[in-house]
Write a new protein. Sequence first.
Length: 513
Amino acid sequence: MMRMYMSQLALLRAPLFSPSNREIPLRERLRLALVITRRELRDSLRDWRIMTPIVILTLLFPFLMDFTAGMARDFVLRYGGQNALIAERLNPFLLMIVGFFPVTFSLVLALETFVGEKERGSLEPLLSMPISDSELYLGKMLAALVLPLAASYLAISVYLTGMVFSSGWLPNSLMLLQMLLLNSMKASVMVSAAVIASSQTSSVRAANLLASFIIIPMALLVQGESILLFWGQYDVLWWIIAALCVADLILVRMGIRIFNREEILAREMDELNLGRVLRDFAGYFLRPPEQALQRGVHPSPNLWRMLRHDIPYLLCAHWQPLGMVLLTLTGAIALGISLAAQWPLPEGAIRLDALPQDTFERVPQLGFLPCFSITGVFFNNLRALVLAGVLGIFSFGVMPLVLLMAPLALVGFFAAQVAALGYSPLVFVATFILPHGFVELPAAIIATGFALRVGAALVSPPSGLDVGQGFLLVLADFLKVFLLLVLPLLFLAAVLEVEVTPQVVLAVYGMRP
């Protein structure tokens, strides 16, 4: 069987190797990927252990949900017609659940894609096929996706057919489209993540353990969607669909980027060597950035060289994430200004013409703000940037941008409100923000830019490195810049915010004796 598929691929690939056709068209790539997909689908359809639960969930579970919906609807309506809204919104929820259950089988199929082939001894002939990594990867993904999605759509059809005969309920076309897209995108995200787990582990048992990191977030997402459905917030579902689409593209890009045939074949057992990890990290941290990958170089700690050479080099090398942060912050300020136009403050809500001299002495009385002291402000800013760096690992660099956008949006919001109340927004920013902001804002931008690169390293590791080594390299760069540049800037900004900014504000807006 494997020989037949290899011969098919060879025939498909043969004319593509000619000098006049070196670039493979997208149509040919899909054709080659579908060879793998057809092979996997045939194997799945012949396996009764896969087909039996899919058939049960597809044909029997929708009738069970229809029966449950009828009982729940009768129970709710028994206690008054005012509960009819709950009964009405129960139907979209059950429709989503009916479509989601068959989709969960995509996770099982995807976890078997590579590591299952390896345990069965069929991986080496598969990887020797005349097909590119991306075509092989996409073919495996499609094979794990097609069957559960078809079962999901069939289950939805069976459920809707039963609902028409039992209660006459049918969703409108927009709601039906939302349910289909939600289940499709959730299946695609689970498959993309599971194929990554399958290609990076050495056994099915290890891949199944990693599956908890996929199914738990998806279960939480289903719970959130259920709340939205019962509250009737159907428009928010479009944002969830868009977020799932972005996550799927990131995971597919990550999987293709880190897919390595030789490493999959050579990997025998996953082992964590903590000593080697620490040695590699120390080497990346101590070596100059341009020599970071030269393992034969063992420099001693040189603080002056790091400050004079390494920090400027890293800032120049990370101009893309830093530029992305600047662009995002510009958008955050514009968002704050637009929100100020939508929700203007009432007249007299902000009085800047006569601030009392003890204005800043009352700041510690606000429980949600840190103590207005140098240490309080410094550790508050430090905690925020460290949290952004940690969240960047789990969000592919998205959360650091979101956390930094919030205060900049507030600056734009209040600057626009001040302008609407008759004050100069430039004077407001120059007095309340600029005295410490010209130091604090660059520190936050630099930390966020490097945190963005840390998150992106999981999707696109530096050239020549796998995910683990690439992550260690960008983490070492982040810590080097954070400790030697961001930390001193944050302390200087805290000193200016506590000692200088209040004096400037009171000199401009303070109450005159």
